[in-house]
Design a binder for this molecule. Sequence first.
Ligand code: ADP
Length: 620
Amino acid sequence: MRNPLRYTIASKLFLPIAILVFSSISFIYFVWIPNYVEFTISALTAQIDKTILSVSEGIIPLVLENKLSAVYATLDIVLKDNPRWIDLQLHDSQGRSIYPLIPSQISDPSFEKRVISREINTGGANLGMISVIYDFSKLIKDVQSQSYELFSVISFLIVVFALAIGLLLQFLIVRPVNHLKNASDALAGGNYEVKLPRPTRDEIGHLVRSFDAMRNQIKFVQDELLEASTQAKAASETKSAFLANMSHEIRTPMNGILGLADVLIEEAETPELRESLEIIRRSSSRLLNLLNEVLDISKIEAGTFRIKLETADIVKVCSDQVTLFQAAAAAKNVDLSFSVNDAPACVRIDPVRVQQILSNLISNAIKFTSDGFVRVTLTVERSSEEPRLIISVKDSGIGISEEDHDKVFLEFIQVGRSQTGSNKGTGLGLAICRKVVDLMGGTIKLQSQLGHGSEFVVKLPFKREVHGISHEPESPSHRYTSVSRGIESHRLHVLLVDDDEINRSFGQKMLHHLGVERVDVLETGEKVVEMLENETYDLIFMDCQMPVVNGFEATQRVREMEERNSLLRTPIIAITAKAMAGDREKCMEAGMDGYMVKPIRRKEVIRILEKFGNGKGAGT
Ligand code: ADP
């Protein structure tokens, strides 16, 4: 049965009113009317009894004198005078009938036909009994019909009264309460302009006023929050923009330092010079790592850090990363191994982020281990509903005390420095790892004891890919100049557009060094189209942020010119100092074919030349 508390107010009010109406009408019909009829009958009976008394007093002398004919005549007259009397009978003290002469059988008394009798006594002696049979049917009928009329009127009045009360309650309580209920629903749905019932002077009016005050308060707080969130968003955007600019500003000179160091190391003639240049490169690399970590943390906090799922060979992703650290491990006499246990070949995951996590964990493991081992294992957890990759990095290094287990995942926290005496690192690596793992929907756990090595276990949800690795589709309409012309490596012609002089000079040097025959340079995107009208290039490296005409606009102009003149498409590779989310998409939208983030690394340039220079333009 439905809980009565859940009925609406209207139905809760209707029920008692209906019960009241029903019981009042039933009372009148079943109790009051029969009682009234009985009361009327009793009154009439008393009246008849009185008449019988006076008749009996009149006939007593006649009976005593035995004047029976006079008794008969008197009783005949009495009977005649009372037409409603069905019968009048007189019996002597022995019960013998005196009047009428031929005694009639008294028909069975009923509710309507009743016998009213009275003894005739004189001087203490009983002379007999006089009885009247009276027909009450007319009286009953009359009384009943009057009562029913009255009943109808009273019932009508009760119903009207009940309706009036119902309407009054509806108008005074139910309607405003319903109105208030709808208003609160609308408010809960975020509509603060909803109209409230007119406040009356009663309790409901008080409720309406309180509700209105509450609404204003909520609106006020919401406005404040909105304002604060807009300000926070603006501040965050400013911060992101500042970071992007700062990254541009720092990466541009870093580009020059790292790139030139690369080139100079190749050309260094003495080991001492090469060693010094290596130090420059390593220091710049650390500076760049630091910059990247700070940028990552900022991007995660600003909510612009994106996880990009793609189909990847997870075993290769991990083993490549392990291979990168083999030299560093060997230098510390650490045995770095990688083993796979039942891992799927292709999964949908963000491989770059997996490598970022792995790189952090492996470099830490090597950093805090000497003469020991670092074991990286890849398995799949199948027990849970959603399969998860388990990547474990275990080392036999210095370990971490129990009390520091949570601390190591906090930003800028480094523990156990006294054991290592090392203060390399920022204390950001594990904090970033945990945040990235969180964003990927996974978990990272640490098991370690001081002096007994550490194990970091990362669990990441993934989707199995049945179709294998899908390589980036190349639009068939993109017929590249280099491909069509089958250019020889030493004959590659490249255009480098960059507003920064250091970048231009180092870029030219590196490209020449990699075997590119001719490298033309431009300071701005303004003249790119003009150059292309006079010269054919196999590849263009285009800086994105340039004064006058930036890289995006210059690329669009090139694509339009090619379209107009039905020329083959020249591959354009974007060079950007920003590492913010959406940059890559922006470059592709502008019509670029590839994307490199400053500082430009030799390996990356080789990859680009191999891809767009028909595989012959690099590595020389
Ligand atoms: P850092 O860049 O300083 O290494 P991390 O966030 O990567 O910053 O690590 C935080 C701290 O956690 C480190 O400074 C070190 O004290 C501790 N730590 C991390 N990994 C290990 C490990 N494998 N063995 C021992 N200590 C570790």
